[in-house]
Ligand binder design. Structure first.
Ligand SMILES: NC(=O)c1ccc[n+]([C@@H]2O[C@H](COP(=O)([O-])OP(=O)(O)OC[C@H]3O[C@@H](n4cnc5c(N)ncnc54)[C@H](OP(=O)(O)O)[C@@H]3O)[C@@H](O)[C@H]2O)c1
Length: 270
């Protein structure tokens, strides 16, 4: 069985490739400006904004499963249009699609968000992820759309931000709450979902909600760093327009999956 990972040069995409290859699958991965650094993965350059190129690659690879991860933070054409192109090509090839979505499409509020809640974006990245979901669902109602939160692990941008704040070079917000997930747990969940017929949106995040500042303290403890100089503040003070309190309720995924979705307190202590 062939798994095509679109965005295999990315943080999550690379881990999905590693796990799929370790499970003995044929894995084909795409990159855009980076490179696919996973042994045993056949790689191709692909620009997902080029609809014809996406269709041609998927038709050539003939995958059973397509995992769609690409995004660029401030680029609608990649994040929204690109997701639609991947969904169209996967449907045309009859492949099972796992599309990666984000908690950033919610506005933020004190109560956790369930799986079926419609997007309420308040900034361009959230809006692009919301548009991507709408396109993917319209093109392929059988696809599974994985809404996730901060993805952590060695090499993650989020952990690096914590290290920078501990060194006084960046600021961690106390008013921005998320439900982080370990990249290995998320990749395993993605591959497990590829083997099911679960359709529609599914929250797949960790059970613990923490602020970015709390996350900084957990990283400091894990790495034996002194957090005394860690810079913290609020997004509101910094004038950042981004959802603050976004907790995903992943109870449904936890019941559906064999993969255990560990909380950040557990996996950063491991
Ligand atoms: N990281 C998080 O904390 C987080 C949180 C919630 C949701 N998510 C979602 O999870 C998914 C994966 O995130 P990630 O952190 O693994 O992302 P990432 O490391 O930034 O990787 C992004 C991928 O998109 C590819 N890409 C960018 N522009 C492209 C284009 N024009 N054509 C084709 N590919 C293109 C990149 O390729 P090159 O590098 O080769 O250019 C890379 O492989 C995303 O859909 C994101 O929205 C992430």
């Amino acid at each position: 069985m062939t798994v095509l990972v679109v965005g295999a040069s990315g943080f999550l995409g690379a881990e999905v490739c590693r796990q799929a290859a370790a499970a003995g699958r044929r894995v084909v991965g795409t990159y855009h400006s980076g490179a696919v650094a996973v042994p045993g993965v056949e790689s191709h350059r692909l620009d997902v904004t080029d609809r014809a190129a996406v269709r041609a690659l998927v038709a050539r690879v003939r995958p059973a499963v397509v995992v769609g991860t690409p995004y660029r933070y401030a680029d609608w054409a990649v994040t929204a249009d690109g997701a639609a192109h991947v969904a169209y090509a996967a449907a045309e090839a009859g492949a099972r699609l796992v599309h990666l979505s984000s908690d950033a499409l919610h506005a933020g509020r004190p109560e956790p968000y369930g799986d079926d809640e419609p997007p309420s974006p308040i900034f361009p990245y959230g809006a692009a992820k919301a548009a991507a979901e709408t396109a993917v669902r319209a093109i392929d109602p059988t696809a599974v759309l994985v809404r996730t939160s901060l993805i952590l692990g060695e090499g993650s941008k989020q952990i690096q931000l914590c290290r920078d704040a501990i060194a006084g070079r960046a600021v961690l917000f106390t008013d921005e709450l998320r439900c982080p997930i370990d990249v290995a747990d998320l990749a395993a969940a993605v591959l497990e979902l590829a083997g099911t017929d679960h359709a529609g949106v599914l929250n797949v995040a960790g059970p613990d909600a923490v602020s970015r500042a709390d996350l900084g303290l957990l990283v400091a403890r894990r790495e034996g760093l002194d957090p005394a100089g860690m810079k913290t503040g609020t997004g509101a003070e910094a004038g950042v327009v981004r959802p603050t309190d976004v907790r995903l309720d992943s109870t449904r995924a936890a019941g559906l999956l064999r993969t255990r979705l560990r909380g950040v307190g557990e996996f950063l202590a491991a």
